[in-house]
Ligand binder design. Structure first.
Ligand code: HEM
Length: 431
């Protein structure tokens, strides 16, 4: 049967990955050169790279988990339309943020919210049809994640009105920091966190090439309502200005993530720990997310209000992004790429060999640089600044190497795949 043509929307993720890496490099050497520097860098990663990746890959997993057919439009054509609208909205959002035009940012945030609702509804209908699957809970993680992107988009729209509309009411401008904290938590712990958490349940052991813990699905099932309840609590806490309630909510979220994802993954790792670059990146990235989450929880407990929390958590933000979320994303890609390109065991081995080049050094450099960047972040003076810049240059370089190796992996494996399927090879095999 002829395979249906699939639009290569994953290429958009690659484009945003290159843009995000470029923006981070510019920020390191010349902070302030890019308009809305902090916002742009954060959102090139969270919306450009991570959200594109989520829209793309969550359907890849749902297709497998819910046994959707190859012509299934929810995972195919509809998803391509969603991704196209999402990317057009993202470009509009960046333009609106740079120009300070709240009408454009509100329109962009609304479009993102609509795409997220459509994505969530499509997942819900797919999960309803295939409830028999043992892994249906993972689809429920994705549905909850989509819900929090809708919440995050609504809050973001309000934040941009508070930022750019001179006629914004006082209650809105005075709530700006509370809304921003609630927005960031919905995006990080909800949209990205729940998606990554749900995916790790099955992808973690697969990437470690070991068996899933027999109780993993039941752990994940128990943790999901706790995670959602914790996040709703922290959202309410942030919005009403009670950082203690926000802190309690975050504590529940971290506990749920550790219980639902960390414990079964740790038990699977006891049988066979990570040995490849992808698996190590997944595990270390997951650990950084939990550490940064604990940091957020502690800072929220100590902060008097949302503005103090934002200021205190600022040095942690790039660590959460680059050592946590970014590392999990790259780990998942490094494992998935050779699998998806395929071509048989020998072609897959060619792809893996390219991605494994200098893996221990790359992994160690990235994580030591992250520890170093965090340790010197609170120091003042020119020397400390130079050390911070050095740490970030090392950390960012590991991602540049990843991008180059992934491109080389694609080319080398495709070549090996073609060679394996060429008539002469098949003749040799038959002979
Ligand atoms: C609908 C799309 C989104 C829009 C329009 C948007 C907009 C904004 C705005 C206006 C701010 C405040 C910037 C400032 O005060 O300078 C912000 C902050 C932030 N956003 Fe978003 N955002 C979106 C999606 C996301 C997503 C999906 C995530 C995470 C996965 C995220 C994470 C953050 C973080 C971490 C901050 C920084 C919070 C801080 O400075 O304390 N955003 N966003």
């Amino acid at each position: 049967m002829k395979k249906p043509r699939v639009a290569r929307t994953d290429r958009l993720t690659t484009v945003w990955l290159c843009l995000a890496t470029g923006a981070a490099a510019v920020t390191i050497v010349a902070r302030g050169l890019i308009p809305q520097n902090l916002w742009t860098t954060i959102h090139l990663v969270t919306l450009g790279v991570l959200s594109n990746g989520i829209f793309q890959w969550s359907w890849y997993f749902v297709r497998a988990l819910a046994h959707l057919g190859p012509t299934e439009s929810r995972a195919g054509r509809d998803n391509t339309v969603r991704i196209a609208i999402f990317n057009a909205s993202l470009v509009a959002l960046i333009a609106g943020m740079w120009a300070g035009a709240w009408v454009v940012t509100v329109a962009g945030a609304s479009a993102v919210g609509i795409v997220a609702s459509w994505h969530g509804y499509a997942l819900l209908s797919a999960s309803r049809e295939r409830l028999a699957s043992r892994f249906a809970v993972i689809i429920r993680y994705y549905i909850a994640a989509a819900f929090f992107l809708v919440v995050g988009a609504i809050l973001a729209g309000l934040v941009t009105v508070a930022m750019f509309d001179p006629g914004a009411p006082d209650w809105l401008t005075s709530a700006r920091d509370r809304l921003t904290v609630a927005h960031a938590m919905a995006g990080v712990a909800g949209w990205v966190g729940l998606t990554m958490g749900g995916t790790m349940v099955t992808l973690g052991p697969t990437a470690m090439r070991t068996r899933m813990d027999p109780a993993a699905v039941s752990f994940a099932t128990t943790a999901l309502p706790l995670w959602v309840a914790g996040l709703v609590t922290s959202e309410v806490g942030a919005l009403i200005g009670s950082m203690r309630i926000a802190s309690l909510g975050l504590l529940i979220v971290i506990g749920a993530a550790a219980l639902g994802v960390g414990v079964p993954l740790g038990r699977a790792a006891c049988a066979k720990g990570p040995s490849e670059y992808g698996a190590w990146s997944l595990v270390l990235g997951g650990a950084w997310i939990l550490v940064a989450g604990a940091g957020a929880c502690l800072h929220a407990f100590e902060a008097g209000d949302a503005s103090a929390l934002r200021a205190a958590f600022l040095p942690w933000l790039p660590i959460l992004g680059a050592a946590g979320l970014g590392q999990v994303f790259v780990g998942a890609l490094a494992y998935m790429m050779p699998v998806v390109i395929g071509g048989g065991p020998s072609a897959v081995r060619v792809g893996i060999a390219v991605l494994e080049a200098g893996a221990p050094i790359r992994e160690a450099s990235r994580n030591i640089a992250a520890v170093f960047a965090l340790s010197v972040a609170s120091l003042a003076g020119a020397q400390a600044l130079r050390l911070t810049i050095a740490a970030w240059v090392v950390l960012l370089s590991t991602y540049v190497i990843d991008i180059v190796l992934m491109a080389r992996c694609g080319v080398a494996q495709a070549r090996a795949k073609r060679a394996a399927s060429s008539p002469s090879q098949q003749g040799v095999r038959r002979g």
